[in-house]
Design a protein around this ligand. Structure first.
Ligand SMILES: Cc1cc2nc3c(=O)[nH]c(=O)nc-3n(C[C@H](O)[C@H](O)[C@H](O)COP(=O)(O)OP(=O)(O)OC[C@H]3O[C@@H](n4cnc5c(N)ncnc54)[C@H](O)[C@@H]3O)c2cc1C
Length: 415
């Protein structure tokens, strides 16, 4: 079966890429392993999600949805004391300053439906087994259960399964951000009032860990812990026991969960932050978590998935127009993503630095509040040299990870 483009994975990255390509009149097929709607973690959006969603024609659907509106993020220290909420509208006078807490099964299905409505062929319950390489270029995809699909360009948006990364040994691990997450759901737990009802709360744990507390529709709260494995598994490996134990470590979490009832399973994930050595090869582009995954403390994942899906769709369209699918032309795509990811990664490192406080940093550098806020709301693709120049005196920041360049044909021959 021949197409202009193949997209693997129907999450926010893949569905956005397919919607963009189909909107441009390209013959695109999207292969998705699951039947939608399907469960997914990653429920808290950041303000700049608005722009790719608007581009897809979905801003109004979001505004009229039942997803709780998120106007702010607040931080709670280990004694249970809440910081002044950080309201996005204080920095950004735009509709984008209101964002949402989403039920991912519904949110992801909405974007996939958009891709379908734009003309993309959506093949659910179709698992990609491997990329088809011919003469050093990706020429299509071999599936488990539906034969082969061929196209001059393939976008890998397989999320944390990261098909191209795992099959080709391209994974670059983050030396420090090796956390695990355990999460579950509560019905009837407390919500703050008024503007803060839909806020994301990040509540600190003593050992460089944190809880997320995310209000969802139907009186449900998503609540999870992110911390070092050694800390969480110190006396048991049972996720329910660990969860119960850690609830007691933060009074705010304890009080808010007290009126609620836990339901469903406890989820666990490891293999935290990583990148792909390459953003592209001949005939291949990587997008979303299939390219890079960063600790979710600032809710950047869905935004980076939407934005990289959009950029990958555009890059694939340009390649189709030029009839040139060589990796080199995807270098600017990789560079842009890398810049945004590295900025966010530095903030994540600062967050985990025990000596660091955003408040102290801003007291000493009030002029940088705008830059810091831009980073936190997703206005990531700009120059942050002044911000990180000053931040390095307050927190230990990481050296950039070597990743994200295209795999050039010459490198392939060398291997
Ligand atoms: C614990 C945790 C908490 C998080 N919290 C947040 C948060 O609050 N806010 C936020 O923005 N982000 C959060 N994230 C990150 C967020 O979940 C991801 O960044 C986002 O889902 C990435 O979207 P994607 O489209 O790249 O991948 P996904 O949404 O994972 O989609 C990939 C799709 O590919 C399909 N697939 C995989 N392999 C194949 C195959 N071989 N063939 C066909 N289909 C395949 C899968 O079924 C899936 O539907 C969190 C992540 C974790 C782990």
């Amino acid at each position: 079966m021949n197409f202009d483009a193949i997209v693997i994975g129907g999450g926010p990255a893949g569905a956005t890429a397919a919607a963009v390509l189909a909107e441009k009149g390209r013959r695109v097929v999207l292969l998705e392993r699951e039947k939608f709607p399907r469960y997914h973690i990653g429920e808290s959006l950041m303000p700049y999600c608005y722009f790719p969603l608007e581009r897809l024609g979905l801003a109004d659907a979001m505004k009229s949805s039942h997803f709780p509106k998120k106007y702010s993020v607040q931080f709670v220290n280990t004694s249970g004391k809440v910081s002044q909420p950080f309201y996005f509208f204080q920095h950004l006078q735009h509709d984008a300053s209101t964002t949402w807490q989403v039920v991912r099964s519904e949110f992801d299905a909405m974007i996939l439906d958009k891709a379908r409505a734009n003309g993309a062929e959506i093949r659910e319950e179709t698992t990609a087994r491997e990329l088809i390489w011919e003469n050093g270029a990706v020429a299509g995809v071999r599936t488990e259960n539906a034969g082969e699909f061929r196209a001059p360009i393939t976008i890998d948006a397989t999320g944390r399964d990261a098909l191209a990364v795992t099959r080709n040994g391209w994974k670059v691990r983050d030396p420090y951000l090796n956390k695990i997450a355990i999460w579950t759901y509560y019905r009837g737990a407390a919500r703050d009032e008024g503007l803060d009802e839909g806020a994301t709360t990040v509540a600190y744990l003593p050992e460089r860990g944190w809880f997320w507390y995310i209000p969802l529709p139907d009186n449900i709260i998503s609540v999870g812990i992110v911390a070092e494995k050694e800390y969480l598994y110190r006396d048991t490996r049972d996720p329910a026991e660990i969860f119960e134990r850690e609830i007691g470590a933060n009074p705010w979490i304890q009080e808010h969960l007290a009126p609620g009832q836990q339901f469903g399973r406890y989820w666990v994930t490891g293999e935290y932050s990583y990148r792909s050595q390459h953003c592209a090869a001949d005939g291949l582009i990587l997008a979303g978590d299939a390219f890079a995954f960063l600790d979710p403390v600032f809710s950047s994942g869905v935004f980076l998935a939407l934005r990289s899906g959009e950029l990958a769709g555009e890059a694939a369209d340009r390649a189709l127009a030029a009839g040139d699918f060589t990796a080199a032309q995807f270098a600017p795509y990789g560079e842009q993503l890398r810049t945004g990811l590295e900025a966010m990664r530095k903030l994540v490192y600062a967050f985990y630095d025990k000596e660091f406080s955003f408040r102290d940093f801003l007291m000493a550098n009030p002029a940088l509040k705008g830059d810091l806020t831009d980073c936190l709301i997703g206005n990531l693709f700009r120059d942050f040299d002044p911000l990180f120049g000053a931040l390095k005196d307050f927190a230990t920041l990481p050296a950039p990870l070597a990743h994200g360049t295209p795999l050039l044909a010459a490198q392939l021959t060398e291997r």
